[in-house]
Design a protein around this ligand. Structure first.
Ligand SMILES: *Cc1c(COP(=O)(O)O)cnc(C)c1O
Length: 396
């Protein structure tokens, strides 16, 4: 039997990054605005915008910085209310608070996607929306854009985990007013840290570029509408959230890897999901019809188990060698809304809470072989059977 693979290690950075990093070492040229055009950050912005089919891109220090700058670029008043899903990473409501806005949480269903009835009920009185496509699960963007559009509320997409995901053939991150991506190590493209935002709106990008730290005339080194930027010269604070050339070189070398990572990640995910669907102890939510996913991890819900059973399942899976986190049962989980004690307004979300208490998360990198994926799937089924007794067994 194939051994359980290491699920945590990253892929090596492609060799193509080495020559560029050597060049940067030799020249010491690490600051994006040191040169006008021929620098890795500017090139990354052009390549990334072209890949997604967006007009503009701005590379920044993290996805959190991209979300913060997006809210600032929308020119929201202090204490503006920003609607976001109750299932996301703590950095997202944090970015809202950083932007002097108030997070308003809406319910998320057992399929990890925004509960549209609650979204619609809460949209009135909201000034902006952030859709976190959490773990790359896409909420119904047709409905969200219709509901938000009817209220004139702009939509920011938190696509940190959705690079390569498509909705009705269009890249996630290009559907709303602004899309934000992460290059932190646990995302599809790994630069340690980094982020990027994309938009088609010349005013939004102009404001974001200046506030990201394009001081004095540095905005002229971006391919922007001059009128849009000139209007904002000296009018906006500089938050200095720029990306370094070194990070951009590491990111650019991985752009050609994206199609393979998307293809293999989806293959691996669907293979293990198929195994779990043979067992009554697991529910793996289906994708929505217009959605083509790009997963690098697997989420599933445990069925018919008590809290004690769920804990015993996670312990048994860990013994066999597969680390599973139950979002709502692991200590201080940053994705459980009740741990966001920094929120200015407390909220209870019973449906989201119920989901988090049974929803499991395990990494499933694109680099795994199908044999290794089978070993992971068998381990999960075996762990559930060891706690609950066997149901129909996979493969028999
Ligand atoms: C990782 C992540 C973020 C934060 O990205 P950083 O680049 O680390 O700031 C935000 N939202 C989601 C859904 C994420 O997965």
């Amino acid at each position: 039997m194939t051994r359980i693979p290491d699920m945590h290690d990253a892929e090596p950075i492609p060799d193509a990054a080495r020559a560029e990093v050597e060049r940067l070492f030799a020249s010491g040229d690490l600051f994006r605005y040191h040169t006008a055009e021929d620098n890795p950050v500017t090139r990354l912005e052009g390549e990334f915008a072209a890949f997604l089919g967006s007009r503009y891109a701005l590379a920044v220090s993290s996805c959190s910085a991209a979300l913060f700058l997006s809210l600032k670029a929308l020119n929201l008043p202090r204490d503006a209310r920003v609607l976001l899903p109750g299932f996301t990473f703590a950095a997202v409501p944090s970015a809202v608070i950083h932007a002097d806005c108030i997070p308003v949480l809406c319910e998320v269903g057992a399929n990890y996607r925004i509960d549209l009835a609650d979204f619609e009920a809460k949209i009135a009185g909201v000034d902006a929306v952030i859709i976190s496509h959490m773990r790359g699960h896409t909420s119904d963007m047709d409905a969200i854009l219709r509901i938000a559009g009817a209220q004139g509320v702009p939509v920011i997409e938190d696509a940190a985990h959705s690079l390569g995901t498509k909705w009705a053939g269009r890249h996630i991150g290009t559907l709303g007013a602004i899309g934000c991506f992460s290059f932190q190590s646990y995302k599809l493209v790994n630069a340690g840290e980094g982020g990027i935002l994309v938009t088609d709106d010349p005013d939004l990008i102009a404001r974001a570029v200046i506030m990201s730290g394009a001081y004095e005339a540095n905005w002229k080194k971006h391919n922007l509408l001059q009128d849009a930027v000139a209007r904002w010269q000296n009018k906006l604070p500089l938050y200095n959230m720029r990306l370094s050339n070194l990070s951009a070189a590491i990111i650019r070398a991985q752009l050609p890897e994206i199609p393979r990572r998307v293809r293999d990640g989806r293959r691996n995910h669907d293979y293990v999901a198929g195994m779990l669907r043979q067992s009554a102890w697991f529910h793996v939510p289906n994708t929505l019809a217009p959605e083509e996913r790009a997963p690098d991890s697997l989420q599933f819900n445990l069925c018919g188990m008590s809290d004690a059973d769920v804990r015993a399942f996670a312990a048994s899976a860990a013994d066999i060698g597969v680390k599973v986190q139950v979002f709502g049962l692991s200590d201080n989980n940053a994705r459980a809304f009740w741990n966001w004690e920094f929120l200015p307004e407390k909220v209870e979300l019973p449906r989201t809470r119920a989901m988090l208490m049974r929803a499991c998360d395990t990494r499933l990198p694109a680099r795994l072989t199908l044999e290794e994926c089978a070993a992971v799937g068998r381990a999960l089924v075996e762990a559930a059977d060891s706690v609950m007794g066997p149901t129909r067994t996979y493969g028999t």
